[in-house]
Design a protein. Sequence first.
Length: 635
Amino acid sequence: MIARRAAPSAEAGDAGDAGDAGDAGDAGDAGGAGGAGDTGDTGDTGDTADGDAGPQVEAYVPSGGPLTQRLDSLRELVGLSRARLDRETLAEAGRVLDEAAARQRLSSRHTVVAIAGATGSGKSTLFNALAGAQISDTGLRRPTTASPIACSWTDGAAGLLDRLAIPGRLRRRPQQGGSEADAALQGLVLIDLPDHDSAASGHRDQVDRVLALVDAVIWVVDPEKYADAALHERYLRPLAGHAEVTFVVLNQIDRLPGDAADLVLDDLRRLLDEDGMALGEHGEPGATVTSLSALTGDGMPELREMLGRFVQERTAAARRLSADVDAAAAQLRTVYVADGRPGLGELSREEFTDRLAEAVGAAAAGQAAEREWRRNAGRACGTPWLRLWRWYESHRQLGGLDRMAQVLAPAPPEEEITARQRVEQAVRAVADDASAGLPGPWAQAVREAAVNGAKGLPEALDELAQNAIAAGRGRTAGGKGSGTGTAADAGTGSGQFKAAGRGVGPPLGGRATKPPRPAWWPAAVLVQATMTLLQIFGGLWLLGQIIGVLEPGLVTPALVMLAGVVGGPLVEWSCAAAARGPARRYGQEAERRLRDAAAGCGRARVLDPVSAELARYREVRERYVAVTEFSTTGR
């Protein structure tokens, strides 16, 4: 709505307005009624009676105040948003920045005020009454004013009038009466506009163009048209945020009997309040509402006094620009303000990692690594007779085929399809979570970042799985005795990428590395070898006694052989029990490594781009907050 805190820019250094020199030749030109109003036109040349240069013109100098900060923030906001928002969305903000830059290059000592109204409201009569001269034509012919006419109370306004595209022949000077009221109007540039409800579309276009450029506006209404829907719906309601630079004047009160003027004025205030326009009553900032008769002069001194104070404050231009910034920010609110607190929380990240780990088969990989470790322990610590039996059973079940060809065979096509579907579901879920509550354009940008990053994700996960398979193949093929277990022992799981998790251990780089062995492993191997030697020694001893080579005595060799026979399985059972803990930790490490690898791949391809988009949104959101930070309009 309106910016009530905007301060005028610092007055630093004066610069002459050479553009005013062109007005001298236009004195007495058609468009005004002559008389005092025309004789003063030569003053706009900037020359004084003694030939010295006229008053210098102060241009806006950025002061680092709230308005400058808001404009800088709006400029940064537009720059950061161009890649995400269309040109049409940013058009109004760009226009405000352009107009603000143009106004700040011009005089800060002048206040440009437009007088606008409907046909027959008496705005030209009010214009002439304020100027003290018959400058703008009045009469019964409608429309009377065909082009904007300007009246400048001081020199140096040529640049401002050039910006309004008002030609020199329509620039006038007022009748200077020398009163305090006239002195207070020094710096005023008054513009009489065509009728906003004119039948000529060109007149309405001129009104709209000038109203977008002036510092303030005086709306003139009459007792018959003050409630006109066209006025309220097209102008007063959309410009409600510019209340501090708005005057609403009820003219022609001389036509109303008794207390009717007060009743109409109260009803006018009611309509303005319904339009959302703040009213400057009881010391509060807002629009100035008054009543007068420009024809009889009733109420004119009060308007001159209020207008004089307004001009001497020299804050109208800054207030207008702040109100424009407020309006642009309000228009952009829907594309910058989120419904909640958007972001990618830890829960969403963990769920995404879980889905990728499931797709790549990390859990199955851990189980396979655990079984592999236990098999290695069994091969190292088991009895040779049991190991031979297991080798025989393995080859008999595989029908003579290579066990590794069975264990490490690619997953069926349906499993690959399922894995890709899981990846797609994971990406959609994280995109939905990250974009929840975001304004439309930024939510779309987050989803696009996730989808674009996921295009190579299945292939990257497939590569991880292949590296894991290569590492598992190298370990199994390079180890001693690979003929234990079956294909099912290597671990399977639906949905893995090409047998990810089948016979894999912790390394993912493709190098063949043997699983770590605990400190007790060599001792267990030595004890098992001792048990085997006892069996062999006891058996040979018994055989020698049976065939008569050795002296009879069955008890001792039988006990030796029995110790080996019982001790071997006992050692194997003890090693299997002791291997459960290390095997479980080894499997967990294998699962963690594959899970971390999949998570890192997903983070680099999906989560990081999504986080970058969220960071970009937070940055523009901060710029938007800076634009609206000093606003007191409630927008």
